[in-house]
Design a protein around this ligand. Structure first.
Ligand code: F0G
Length: 463
């Protein structure tokens, strides 16, 4: 039986019309886009689940804040408001705005990483991995084993494998591990949460070997919701107390604020200790690449909207509705016997495309196959989180075999209704019924050298 839908804790004041193309039009559009979801126009997508990043609906309070943005080049009051919000929520002394998450990585990572160095994470998101490699270092994923089995329902499948982390440190030498990155929630593993206990253990290991610990904090609020729900020691803590406690174990954070900050653009770097020698280097990189350190590539109005959105994103009623949407959609898939990374994570449903198309090998990209089918079926745009996204080994150039082949249905915040979720579930059920007739996937006909999935051209493999 489908879960009860948690009603929206808001009402709708402004609407954005969307249109539905015919099936034939959609087939033409996806072919013109070289079967790459990023090549489609947004207006040709009926329900756009490509990402939950920057696709959020802002509140009336945030829009009012936009009008109050202070556009001073240096020392704008909007910067001070954002800094105060960051200091209050995360408990870190130094808060640096940047234009989005990858800008935070671009500014921070070269300070800590270089050739011969390694960075270890519970799991790197694709741009984060790219910035480790652009800094000349190598990225190693170290997620717990149960994350690799989508059917296994276990809490905190986003956790770091602490035993393996310590083995990796000993194998490569602590002096060569430039950074440990804890991604909360663990996006690539399915928006799976990280427990407070795991964070504490990782922090202890980092301290023991004197390795800096960075929190990749894009979905920090959704993570805190799961911690409160599923971790015994946190049941009676507020969401804010959990966030403060989680961040107390890190040394710094990099954040794409386009997710839990409920804005359309923005990012942050946070450094716990205002005396850290890192800060001067961060300011220097920020001034060179992003903008003066009191705006970091954002307009004053963007900082104002983010200062408000950070608080809206940690509101209890909002989080219950938000995770409730995931649980509702997941429960409809349970009823239909459609496999996904379970239990459902925080920002979307990651459908197990390898389970839906066992006949399609990883190098024909099952996650991409389901993405194209969803677009053809109902104008739904999703994306591959699997071998297609993972790409090639930077040293050998060989296609890597991902641990999973997911099609990610990322749900934008406060944008779609229960009826939209039903359309998504119905489309997946229709595809599952004809899945056995789809015998081939896609091959790449052109690809750029880095982050290929955004731009590559694909074509169907012929029978
Ligand atoms: N870290 C994580 C965990 C992310 O999910 C993302 C972006 C980034 C860093 C980079 O942030 O996009 O603001 O530069 N994830 C988006 C996604 C793009 O679709 O999952 P950004």
């Amino acid at each position: 039986m489908a879960n009860k839908y948690v009603p929206e804790p808001f009402r709708i004041k402004m609407v954005e019309p969307i249109k539905m193309l015919t099936r034939q039009e959609r087939e033409e559009k996806i072919k013109e886009a070289h079967y790459n979801m990023f090549g489609l126009k947004g207006e040709d997508c009926y329900i756009d689940l490509l990402t939950d990043s920057g696709t959020n609906a802002m509140s009336s309070f945030q829009w009012a804040g936009v009008m109050q943005g202070d556009e001073a080049y240096a020392g704008a009051s909007s910067y001070y408001r954002l800094r105060a919000a960051g200091q209050d929520i995360f408990g870190y002394q130094y808060i640096q705005p940047v234009h989005q998450g990858r800008a935070a990585e671009k500014v921070l990572f070269p300070v800590l990483l270089g050739p011969g160095k390694f960075a270890v994470s519970n799991m790197f998101f694709d741009t984060t991995r790219a910035h480790v490699e652009l800094a000349g270092a190598r990225a190693i994923d170290c997620v717990v084993e149960e994350a690799k089995n989508p059917a296994k329902r276990a809490p905190f499948k986003g956790n770091m494998d602490v035993k393996k982390l310590e083995e990796l440190i000993l194998e490569h030498g602590a002096e060569n591990i430039g950074l440990v990155v804890m991604t909360i929630t663990n996006n690539s593993a399915g928006g799976q949460p990280v427990s407070l206990e795991n964070m504490r253990q990782v922090s202890q290991i980092c301290k023991k070997y004197n390795i800096p610990l960075d929190i990749d904090a894009a979905r920090f609020a959704e993570n805190a919701y799961f911690v409160k729900r599923d971790e015994e020691e946190c049941k009676n803590m507020s969401i804010k107390e959990i966030i403060r406690c989680m961040f107390s174990y890190g040394d710094m954070f990099t954040m794409s604020a386009k997710k839990d900050g409920i804005v359309n653009i923005g990012g942050l770097i946070g450094i716990k200790d205002e005396k850290s020698p890192l800060i001067l280097k961060i300011k220097a990189n920020c001034i060179s690449y992003e903008g003066f350190y009191t705006y970091g590539g954002l307009a004053g109005r963007d900082m104002e909207a983010l200062a408000i959105g950070l608080y809206e994103g940690i509101n209890d009623d909002y989080l219950e509705y938000r995770i409730g949407q995931m649980e509702y959609l997941a429960s409809r898939l349970d009823d239909a016997g459609i496999a996904y990374q379970s239990p459902v994570g925080g920002h979307g449903v990651f459908v197990d495309a390898a389970a839906m198309f066992p006949q399609i090998p990883y190098y024909e990209f099952p996650g991409q196959v389901l993405g194209v089918e969803l677009y053809k079926e109902a104008g739904i745009r999703a994306c591959d989180i699997g071998s297609y996204m993972l790409g090639n080994d930077p040293d050998t150039g060989k296609q890597l075999h991902a641990d999973f082949e997911f099609t990610r249905l990322a749900i934008p915040r406060r944008v779609y209704t229960q009826a939209h979720l039903d359309i998504i579930a119905d489309a997946l059920i229709a595809i599952k019924e004809r899945a056995g007739q789809i015998n081939h996937g896609y091959r790449i006909t052109w690809e750029p050298p880095i982050l290929r999935h955004f731009q590559a051209h694909l074509e169907p493999v012929q029978q």
